[in-house]
Design a protein around this ligand. Sequence first.
Ligand code: MF3
Ligand code: CO
Ligand code: CO
Length: 276
Amino acid sequence: MGLFFHLLYAGQFPIIKYEWYYMNIKMGNDIKVFNDEKVIIKMRSAGKLAKKVLDYIEEYVKEGVTTDKLNDVCHNFIINNSAIPAPLHYNGFPKSVCTSVNEVICHGIPGDYVLKSGDILNIDVTVILDGWYGDTSRMFKVGKCTKLADNLIEVTKRALYVGIDAVKPYGYFGDIGKAIQQYIETTGYSIVRDYGGHGIGNYFHGEPFVAHYDTGSRGPQILPGMFFTIEPMINVGKFKTKLLKDNWTVVTVDKSLSAQFEHTIFVNENGVEILT
Ligand code: MF3
Ligand code: CO
Ligand code: CO
């Protein structure tokens, strides 16, 4: 399809203009827009609960605790709040949250790993409440961390908010990665390219793919009524990723530290509402 239009219009429009147009119809059509206030209320509740899980787990994150224990505490909290942990059995994922320690970028599987002082980890929680999804993650520190780890965490959190600030109703998804990249280039760290944010709603992962780096493309338009996540993964070293043999755990190829923060957001006519 893209090639077809390319040949057809190559002589009439600047290629770059055609590509934006192509991206808009190709991807924009698939992004759901929700206008029902009842839906927004449900998404707010799901987001709020996901945030509460992260608040609740904080005091459990300490030296000597296994990531399995953190998983179980989150699982029980979610169930006790009439919700379902979305990761459990999602494409065969065996646990209820993701725990990504040190050089693990994302999708770490909770297990018998015992946290030690100096570790940093991301806990990623997604709840399904009354059929609607709330997806959020943040970093936790175990005991005393290095200055490098502290700085990476601060930079990554800032990257998330730089991305959120770039979201404007009637703006473009490409603005998000562009803004994050502009910021991250000042730090010397790198932005993971192989994984990104996503549309969300009464489904876990939908269109669009939200890149956290500058793809060089404007991407689809951001419209009021869209729900999506922004979840930059920032590495101290190179951006390249490797999937471990468990088919879930994603690590940095160069074994450098990685951090991530995630929010689910809603776009309205006036701007952005952070739901988590
Ligand atoms: N919560 C992750 C995200 O932000 C997805 C985890 S999928 C799982 O999109 F299967 F690994 F849990
Ligand atoms: Co997500
Ligand atoms: Co998530």
